[in-house]
Write a protein that binds this ligand. Sequence first.
Ligand SMILES: C[C@@H]1O[C@H](OP(=O)(O)OP(=O)(O)OC[C@H]2O[C@@H](n3ccc(=O)[nH]c3=O)[C@H](O)[C@@H]2O)[C@H](O)[C@H](O)[C@H]1O
Length: 460
Amino acid sequence: MSSGAVASDELHIAMFPFFAFGHINSFIQLSNKLVLYGVRISFLSAPGNIPRTKSSLLDSPKIQIIPLSIPPVEGLPPGLDSTSEMTPAMAETLKKALDLMHPQIKTLLSQLKPRLVVFDFVQSWVPRIASELGIKSLFFSTFSAVSDAYIDKRKQESHDFMKSPIGFPCTSLVSVKRYEAENFLYVFKSSDGSPSVYSRVSEAIKGCNAVIMKTFNELERPYVDYLRSQFQKPVLLSGPLVPEPPSGMLEERWAKWLDQFPSKSVVYCSCGSENFLSDDQIQELTLGLELTGQPFFLVLNFPNDVVDKDAKLAEVLPQGFLERVKDRGIVHAGWVQQQLILAHDSVGCYMCHSGFSSVVEAFMNDLQLVLFPIKGDQFLNAKFIAGDMKAGIEVNRRDADGYFGREDVNVAVRTAMGDIHKDAYISIRENHRKWREFLMNKEMQTKFIAHLVVELKTLA
Ligand SMILES: C[C@@H]1O[C@H](OP(=O)(O)OP(=O)(O)OC[C@H]2O[C@@H](n3ccc(=O)[nH]c3=O)[C@H](O)[C@@H]2O)[C@H](O)[C@H](O)[C@H]1O
């Protein structure tokens, strides 16, 4: 069959993630798995995100990237195409810009003619236009099932979030800290006419033909069963979408720096592509990493309104800090090749925000997880990993405001590295090893995707 011809039974799927790399990445991993089963993918992307997206998508004639244009909206500087470059306020405005893409997307879908469109919570209007075109729509939740379940069917008071809801599965997750419950109220916030996260997710679930969740029963069955009882519609499971081992080479400067340290001795610390720490948090985090005595590679992000990121870094780092740690510590502001850093033999501990893709990448490697969630789903992911999976250690946080001090960082990292609290270290390490073995089992991964493809073809 020539590359232009389309087999009648070929399944063509349009992928339309929200313009945040925590979401884009999950859509990329889903696309890469599906294309290996002959599925044709049209990946809708804002122009500025195409280079990173292209570098992670499989180089296959079955995948085409479709560039979109983001309509101009006041408060959204032109040329910014992902939340990793935006302030939180701009990220909210980006949602409004996405809502204005309704006609563009409808025209595109009518031209592409996919049998299915997989969309994100922000674009909760997709089911309407898809059904007008005879296209089935699937809401792909890039969050963990535990986080979707905990947030589900809630009232708009923080005390309501303190405890798990009635009917919630009986697991280690029975309550959250006050500051976490207060943070969850964000899902109800609607800024100048843009619908709240809560209403977008509710509309997405109500309107779609099925929900896809990036998980599997062996990991999150209680939460998946709970959501199935709430959603009352097909919930398809993709499995963990473990990425293929990263291709390419780690940047020379980072490879050379990491090579100088013994195996599993370095702490890699990152807050993900969408989180920005306060100056005080940066002080305590850096002084805590210094106290551990371990070599460390710290990556920090600043929103795009911080023009000179290196100057900002110099301003917020503790006095004399860089001089004191010059032989064993690096602090970098900006994007790094995270998967290649995690795969480096010198890295033995990953201290992270508990983002779901980043955690899956941690389980691809032999390292220990230290969890310091920053917002939303990350709080629940951290509790799930430390509580249900017992495969990581959370940094101790103050109940009222989530404050963590340098000693909290020091204790968590040294426990994860086996310096102190040996019993906890041994059990966490063993559980991490078991889950890694399971997640890296090719047969299991194949089973998840093969089953998903059958379900998608049945739905289409
Ligand atoms: C659903 C979303 O998941 C997010 O976490 P996640 O780990 O998936 O995303 P990132 O850490 O941004 O990372 C997303 C992807 O970018 C990669 N990366 C990131 C930073 C970097 O410097 N270099 C990289 O290569 C990383 O390896 C991962 O593959 C958050 O919880 C968010 O709250 C939630 O809405």
